[in-house]
Write a protein that binds this ligand. Structure first.
Ligand code: BG6
Length: 480
C-alpha cells in the first residue's frame, strides 16, 4: 500500500525549505512509492490548491535549476492540505477521517512528521495518541521528530517518556540531518568496507582527532531561538556528537538500525564525563563581536556562538587519544571536517625532515562542502637530495561521480517512509549525548571559567583557541 506522509507544521519554514523540495526531488528521481500522498496540517486556512500553489513557488526557489514545472504538476497531484490546530482534539478527529478518505479506507503506512516548534511536540504526540492515529495494528505508523530533542537531559527524558506513552521506540525517528549527509554515511563505508584504515584507526597510530563544523553565517533571523540554545545545544549535542560516534564506533555486526545504534551509544557511554576541572581546562567558549546587536538577542547575552572542547574516550581503542571538537558561527568559511591525525614516525631518518612531520600523516574527511577525502603525506622532492614536502592524495566526490550531492533530507525522508531507522537517533543515544553536554552548560552558567572570549566574524574563532591548542602541542587544521 502506498504510504501517506503527514506534515504537522505544514505552513512553516522547514516544510517549504527542506521537506517538500526533498520529497519533490525523490519523486522526480522515481524513488517515492507510487501513489504516495503528502498531507499538510497546520492552522493556516489553505485549500488543497492554495497550498500546492504556495509550495510550487517555494519549491522552485529552493530546488533552483533542476525544477521542472511539468514534474511539479504531477507531484502536486499527490499533495493535500487539512487545516487544524494542534491544541484541538476535534481537528485530529477530522484529520483521521480525511486520511482514511484519501487512503480510500485501505490500511496504508503513515509517517507523521513533526515540523514545528519543539513546544508543540508533546501536545501533538498526545493528540496523535488520543485520536488513535498512532495505532499500528494494521499498518506501520511512524513519527519523525526534529531537533532539538529537549534542551537538557531532564527535558529529553521527559519528552522520551511522553513519546513512549504513545509510540513504541521502533516507531520513533529522531532526525539529525547530519546523518543524512552522504559523506557522513561514507565514513562508515570508508572504515568498514575497506581493510586499510581500520588496523591503524586506534590509539597505537592516531595522535588525535579533530572535528570542526564551521559556519560562515551569523545567527540571522533565528537569533531568538539561538540565544537560548547557543552552539552547544544547537550543534555540539547533536551534529558533532554524531560525528564523534561514527568516527569512533566499533564495526557493527550488521548494517541495521539497532546494531549500528548499539555501537554508537557505546561511544557516548565511554566518553569521560567532564568535571569542573575539565570544564575549566578542556572546554573553550566564545562569542562573535556584534552578536548582541542582533534582533532577538539580549544586549547582555553571554551565549557562546563558538565552542571547542577536548573529549577522552575511555575504551580500549581510544585510550589516550584526545578528540577535539570545534564549532562556531561567523567563522572564516563553511566547512565540516574530520581530521584523523596519525602519530609522527618514531624515528626521523632523513636529515631534511621537516620539524613537524605530524602535519602529514593526516587523513581529512571533508564532510562539506567540496565533499571528499584527502590524505596528507611526505614525498621526496625530485632532484633535491632527500628534501621532502607534504603532498596529498585527493578524492573529490564531484570529480569522481560527476553528480550533485543529494540533500540530507532526501535520504532521511525516504528511510522514514521505508521504515529504516539506521540514520535516526535512538532514545538512549539522545539522552547519553545530553549527559555529556549538560555538565558543561551547567559549569558555564555558574562560573566565569572558562572565559567567554570574543572573536571577529570571518575568523577561525578567537586567537586564544589557537593558543589553547598550541599549548597542547597541536594545531587546528584551518583550511577551507
Ligand atoms: C542546524 C542548526 O541543525 O544545522 C543551524 O540549527 C545550523 O544553526 C545548521 O546552521 C547547519 O547545517 P548544515 O547542514 O548547513 O551544516
Amino acid at each position: 500500500m502506498p504510504p501517506t506522509f503527514v506534515i504537522f507544521g505544514a505552513s512553516g519554514d522547514l516544510t517549504s525549505r527542506k521537506l517538500i523540495p526533498a520529497l519533490y526531488k525523490l519523486f522526480v528521481k522515481g524513488r517515492l512509492p507510487s501513489g504516495v500522498r503528502v498531507v499538510g496540517f497546520s492552522r493556516s486556512k489553505f485549500s488543497h490548491d492554495q497550498w500546492r500553489e504556495s509550495l510550487a513557488e517555494t519549491t522552485a526557489e529552493f530546488v533552483g535549476d533542476g525544477f521542472d514545472k511539468g514534474k511539479w504538476t504531477e507531484f502536486a497531484g499527490h499533495i493535500y492540505y487539512h487545516p487544524g490546530d494542534i491544541g484541538e482534539a476535534e481537528d485530529f478527529a477530522t484529520l483521521a477521517s480525511f486520511l482514511s478518505e484519501v487512503e480510500e479506507g485501505k490500511p496504508c503506512p503513515r509517517v507523521y512528521y513533526l515540523s514545528m516548534a519543539p513546544r508543540f511536540y508533546e501536545p501533538a504526540i498526545q493528540q496523535l495518541g488520543a485520536s488513535g492515529l498512532n495505532d499500528d495494528c494494521d499498518c506501520p505508523r511512524r513519527v519523525v521528530i526534529e531537533k532539538p530533542f529537549g534542551t537538557d537531559l531532564e527535558s529529553a527524558k521527559r519528552l522520551n517518556e511522553s513519546v513512549h506513552e504513545v509510540f513504541k521506540e521502533q516507531q520513533v525517528y529522531r532526525i539529525d540531518h547530519y546523518l543524512g549527509k552522504e559523506t557522513v554515511q561514507n565514513l562508515m563505508v570508508l572504515r568498514f568496507a575497506n581493510t586499510i584504515f581500520e588496523p591503524i584507526w586506534n590509539r597505537n597510530y592516531v595522535d588525535h582527532v579533530q572535528i570542526t563544523v564551521a559556519e560562515e553565517v551569523e545567527v540571522g533571523s533565528r537569533a531568538g531561538y539561538y540565544d537560548s540554545a547557543g552552539v552547544m545545544r544547537d550543534m555540539v549535542q547533536n551534529h558533532l556528537m554524531q560525528l564523534v560516534m561514527i568516527s569512533a564506533m566499533e564495526a557493527p555486526v550488521r548494517y541495521d538500525a539497532d546494531a549500528i545504534r548499539n555501537e554508537k551509544v557505546k561511544v557516548l557511554h565511554a566518553i569521560r564525563p567532564l568535571d569542573e576541572r575539565a570544564i575549566r581546562k578542556d572546554t573553550f567558549r566564545a562569542q562573535y563581536r556584534g552578536y548582541t546587536a542582533c534582533e532577538g538577542v539580549e544586549s547582555t547575552s553571554r551565549t557562546a556562538t563558538f565552542s571547542a572542547l577536548k573529549l577522552w574516550i575511555d575504551n580500549w581503542r581510544w585510550q589516550g587519544v584526545p578528540f577535539y571538537l570545534r564549532s562556531g558561527k561567523a567563522m572564516s568559511c563553511r566547512t565540516t571536517q574530520i581530521v584523523i591525525q596519525f602519530r609522527e614516525p618514531p624515528h626521523k631518518l632523513f636529515a631534511d625532515s621537516p620539524k613537524n612531520l605530524g602535519e602529514s600523516n593526516r587523513l581529512v574527511i571533508q564532510v562539506q562542502p567540496d565533499e571528499g577525502i584527502q590524505m596528507h603525506f611526505q614525498t621526496k622532492v625530485p632532484d633535491a637530495g632527500m628534501k621532502m614536502r607534504q603532498t596529498d592524495l585527493d578524492f573529490n566526490y564531484q570529480q569522481e561521480f560527476k553528480s550533485k550531492m543529494p540533500e540530507a533530507y532526501e535520504r532521511l525522508l525516504l528511510d522514514a517512509l521505508e521504515g529504516d531507522a539506521s540514520l535516526f537517533a535512538r532514545a538512549d543515544e539522545v539522552e547519553a549525548a545530553w549527559k555529556i553536554i549538560d555538565p558543561v552548560l551547567e559549569g558555564w552558567k555558574s562560573s566565569d571559567k572558562p572565559t567567554l572570549y570574543m572573536y571577529d566574524p570571518g575568523f577561525w574563532g578567537p586567537d586564544e583557541c589557537t593558543e589553547w591548542m598550541r599549548e597542547q602541542g597541536r594545531d587546528w587544521f584551518d583550511t577551507c
